[in-house]
Design a protein around this ligand. Sequence first.
Ligand code: PLP
Length: 368
Amino acid sequence: MNLPPFKLERYFAKYEFNTEFLLCSSDCEAMSIADLFAMEAGAAEKFQQVWLGYTESQGSPALRKEICKLYETIQPEEILVHTGAEEAIFLFMHAALKENDHVIVHIPCYQSLTKVAKSIGCDVSPWQAREENNWALDLDELRHLMRSTTKAIVLNTPHNPTGYLMSHADFEAVNKFAQENNLILFSDEVYRESEYDPATRLPAACDLGEHAVSLGVTSKTYGLAGLRIGWIATKNKKIYQDMAGLKDYTTICNSAPSEFLAEVAMRNRQKLIDRSLNIIKENLDVMDEFFARHSKLFQWIRPTAGSMAFPRLLKGDIEDFCDDLVKKAGVLLLPGSMYDDSRNHFRLGLGRRNLPQGVERLEQYLKK
Ligand SMILES: Cc1ncc(COP(=O)(O)O)c(C=O)c1O
């Protein structure tokens, strides 16, 4: 296994905890345990009784029962809880892929989605999202990428970093393509339930058949990254069992307090969704106005879901710009080069309450 440094994580490690305005976070505004408990009578008292022994490796039955409510047909025994979505990506790839397998990955992407497969010795073909198509994926390109050795497609919608949400028709077509060609569809759905129009929400891939594995987490739409609770949902027993077997070598089981808190969160998830979407929508209005004022400097494609967008700087170099901005103004933007993008894009985060103040600071910087 030969994993390169995780560029985005290394960039954040430099600035995340010493910069005033994080204008590029992927997670939505978090909250305290007290705020979470205010959503459910009796939760604070029950928390005192949480037993601090080892927990069930697949995740507590009560938590898995709550997670199932995200899906139409999934049963608790088809949910495997992990320490964050990150652990689940790592274990999925190690369980399902082997050297020389060919994998098609939606890019730009969260780095693990390509690099873990590459570290196993897989051939990875990028399925490129294109700005000129409002970041949509082209199904013809998918057909052309297919080889006799193709084992899996990795899809992420709502998408990090562009905020692209696939259409129902295209999502159905991707699933059909995977099924007809006997491919695994690894569907990273960590931004699901943050669609700006709920009617556009896609079905979860795991509900569409045994070919699919859906990935979820409490970090993003629900704003609870510090719980480090993620999961996969799948009807594919082999992948489930192989991942469960590997988990014995990583975390064995999850944190008992986090599982309890995640259960409360998932029971109250509509309140968490509404809270995050309110913040995102107010921030989107601020960004629309900002980009209208600065249309000569930035190219802005409004996202349709999720807590991020991927605008483009039209003058200068994005790495220099972000570097100077964070040092002089205390505002963090993430250069697209952290995603191996070479076209001057940057990641903008829309889920934090202090975005308007951060944008004000950015604007003062631009005036200078
Ligand atoms: C698309 C995607 N998948 C997975 C993850 C990992 O989530 P977590 O950090 O909560 O484990 C992230 C985090 O940014 C992500 O954006």
